[in-house]
Write a protein that binds this ligand. Structure first.
Ligand code: FCB
Length: 442
């Protein structure tokens, strides 16, 4: 197979359906000398945290190669590019804009505009300035206000150049992985820390939405959430309850406050010390309206009842990607349909979907049929959800190019473009060529 196909009447073949590629600042930019330190710099410098001992100092050197990379994006024929802004690049320690950093992004936004590529800007993709972490980071309520302040200044600086803003990328990862189990920066642990940081992230989202509505009402403003749907290991009532608990804890915890202004019921089951400090008015702020919901999907999880911990996640069955994540596209359709049943959803964009695969490059060619298969199955899954009535308006491949895959370092490759980290040469993979074809065939 060398192509990606959709049924001829698919809404995903309308020109109005947006196709894009996605990246994030820390994962591709490098250019560390031109910004403040962030929590991922500190985390990378801590022995044993990153699988290959690497860091983000150079990454894909996008900081210097950004123009070539935009030409590459243009060559793929996509409608949109989802990028994130490095907060420590555009702000100084005393809360003013850093004009050099702002100019870096203005150049990118201007070049995208010239090429008619819509800019989907994520305002926070995990690179919190270290000096804010030193004051408690997302455990400190004040960080939510610092975020709103940064959003206020940066959106004024970008006026008229952005198509869509997302406040946060995957607050689940920031709070749970970063503050609850500590496998992401800043590497702290504790249920209380995880739940408290999640609340402050959601508050930051709500405060930033107010700023976006004021400063840039003409853009599509929303948030990006990730979902790993939970399935019971067996049909037993106990396993079903375990899976439901995990779903509330990992998935609904983030979407429900935003769309329904409340946390899932299981909040009542948490020890009082683990419950977030919810101040009066917080849920109203968090639950302000959004123009779109970004959904990131990669895999599902299977749960069994567990006497001690309520649920236990079972090892992922095959087939699996190079991350060890099960390939189970049916869960994608079921997720989208179930969210649509549960909530009054705004228009949905698939803001990330893709797979890490053990790529090899031979004579300048990457035959990633495994990744191509993943894309085909997951595009079908999105199509099926649209057929079942979910209003999905766009799809972004994660990722434009191989990059720094957080705690996994550079060993896991998610790109539809291959990056040789010795030479920084980019090579479009077979999946990238197929994606381009799909888009141009519309
Ligand atoms: C998501 C992140 C993204 C990337 C993919 C594989 O959780 O948003 O930065 O690492 O996973």
């Amino acid at each position: 197979m060398a192509t990606l196909q959709l049924p001829s009447k698919s809404k995903m073949l309308d020109k109005s359906f947006t196709y894009g590629v996605a990246t994030a600042s820390f994962q591709i930019e490098g250019g560390k000398d031109h910004r403040l330190d962030c929590i991922w710099d500190t985390f990378c410098a801590t022995e044993g945290k990153i699988a290959d001992g690497s860091d983000g100092h150079e990454a894909c050197d996008h900081y210097h190669r950004w123009l070539d990379d935009i030409n590459l994006i243009e060559s793929l024929g996509v409608d949109a590019y989802r990028l994130s802004i490095s907060w420590p690049r555009v702000m100084t320690k005393n809360g003013q804009l850093n004009q050099d950093g702002v100019d870096f992004y203005l150049n990118i936004l201007n070049e995208l505009a010239k090429r008619n590529i819509k800019a989907y800007v994520t305002l926070y993709h995990w690179d919190l300035p270290q000096h804010l972490e030193d004051n408690g980071g997302w455990l400190n309520r004040q960080t939510a206000y610092e975020f709103a302040h940064y959003v206020d200044l940066i959106t004024k600086a970008f006026d008229g150049k952005v198509y869509s803003y997302a406040t946060l990328n995957e607050p689940f990862c920031s709070s749970y992985l970063g503050y609850e189990i500590g496998i992401h920066a800043p590497g702290l642990t504790g249920q209380d820390l995880g739940r408290k940081s999640a609340h402050h992230l959601l508050l930051a989202h709500g405060l930033a939405m107010q700023v976006l509505k004021r400063n840039t009402p003409q853009t599509q403003n929303g948030i990006v959430l990730n979902f790993t749907p939970g399935y019971p290991a067996t049909d037993s009532e106990a396993d079903k309850q375990a899976a439901d608990y995990a779903d509330q804890y990992f998935n609904q915890w983030y979407i429900k406050p935003i769309l329904n202004k409340s946390y899932p019921d299981i909040i009542e089951q948490l020890p009082a010390s683990s419950r977030p400090d919810i101040e009066q008015g917080d849920m109203e702020i968090i639950g302000g309206s959004i123009d779109f919901l970004g959904i990131n999907f990669y895999t599902r999880a299977i749960y069994q009842a567990d006497a001690e911990n309520i649920y236990r996640e079972l090892p992922a069955p095959a087939p699996r990607t190079d991350m060890g994540w099960e390939i189970y596209p049916k869960a994608f359709t079921e997720l989208l349909v179930s969210l649509n049943e549960r909530y009054d959803l705004p228009p949905v964009f698939i803001t990330e979907n893709g797979a890490a695969m053990p790529d090899t490059i031979e004579n300048g060619v990457v035959n990633d049929d495994d990744r191509l298969g993943y894309y085909q199955q997951h595009l079908n899954a999105v199509h099926n959800a649209i057929e079942q009535g979910v209003d999905i308006q766009g799809y972004f491949a994660w990722s434009l190019m191989d990059n720094f895959e957080w705690a996994e370092g550079y060993r896991k490759r998610f790109g539809i473009v291959y990056v040789d980290y010795q030479t920084q040469q980019r090579t479009i993979k077979k999946s990238g060529h197929a994606y381009k074809q799909l888009i141009s065939n519309r």
